[in-house]
Design a protein around this ligand. Structure first.
Ligand code: KIV
Length: 288
């Protein structure tokens, strides 16, 4: 078990300065958050991926503020005392309408237990929201590269920043969101060479140090994120190239459930060890 401490944005900047990569997971429940903290994870993203990995939708689009609040609160309840930084994801529709409703929804996630919020994109509209949210005193992680909420617009889940032009455009987007106040940037599904180039460009040219984290962006960034359901082998519909499986929890669950079904049908469960028994005298009385 690693040392327990409260991770803040400042901690993440210190880790970047020290060249120590941060480890993050997307997870959503109290038991998973407790395990992540015990394993020494530095930040938890309560992501709208829960719509897919937990609730069975085929995209992140159906996630609502109510769902996000429920799972941010559950995650926070799983963390006692010192803990990873909790990032609450802003679902589709929670920031597009106006600066005011974006700030209100970011406040809802903080009231539920998040430390900062995550917002996808870098359009003028998103930049305005990032500015409004950070001016309200709330930290923002900007999510660039592959943005699952834009899946329909970009024609599916595709690797981003593959050409010189695309990588340069991504750099400009990172610069724009950081100028509006984003304190952390997450890039998803970007070639490792492009991510390394973005990282060194930010290092050389940005006034303030902004940690650059990656999910599917190679090793040359300030930290990694994986979705816990991918990492433990619980999400089965498809597997992204970057989603390394460290365990096969689904197979273990399936084996346990199949064994249970077998034991119920052959009456070997429940046995004496898993049943309550009645006092012999009471049983006698009952029979008579
Ligand atoms: O929703 C989520 O968990 C995320 C990460 C996969 C980046 O946005």
């Amino acid at each position: 078990m690693s040392e327990h401490r409260k991770v803040t944005l400042e901690t993440l900047r210190e880790m970047k300065a020290a060249g120590k990569p941060a480890a993050g997971v997307s997870c959503y429940t109290a038991p998973d958050a407790a395990l992540a903290a015990e394993a020494g994870v530095d930040f938890i993203v309560v992501g709208d991926s829960l719509a897919m990995t937990l609730l069975g939708f085929d995209s992140t689009l159906p996630a609502t503020m109510e769902m996000m609040e429920l799972f941010v609160a559950a995650t926070r309840r799983g963390l006692t005392g010192s803990a990873p930084l909790v990032v609450g994801d802003m679902p589709l529709g929670s920031y597009q309408i106006s600066d005011e409703s974006a700030v209100e929804n970011a406040c809802r996630l903080l009231r539920a237990g998040a430390d900062i919020v995550k917002i996808e994109g870098s359009s003028q509209l998103v930049q305005a929201r990032i500015q409004a949210i950070t001016e309200a005193g709330i930290g923002v992680m900007a999510h660039l590269g592959l943005q699952p909420q834009q899946k329909a617009l970009v024609g599916g889940w595709k690797v981003q920043g593959k050409t010189c032009e695309a990588a340069t455009a991504l750099y400009d987007q990172i610069r724009d969101v950081c100028n509006e106040g984003a304190q952390v940037v997450l890039v998803e599904a970007v070639p490792r060479e492009a991510a390394a180039w973005l990282h060194s460009g930010m290092q050389a040219n940005f006034d303030a140090p902004v940690p650059l984290f990656g999910i599917g962006a190679g090793v040359d960034v300030d930290g990694q994120l994986l979705v816990m359901a991918d990492l433990v082998g619980e999400f089965r519909p498809f597997k992204s190239r970057f989603a390394k499986r460290y365990a096969e929890v689904s197979s273990m669950k399936l084996a346990a459930l199949s064994k249970y079904v077998g034991e119920v049908s052959n009456r070997s469960f429940p046995d004496d060890a898993t049943s309550y028994s009645m006092d012999a005298k009471e049983l006698e009385r009952l029979k008579s």
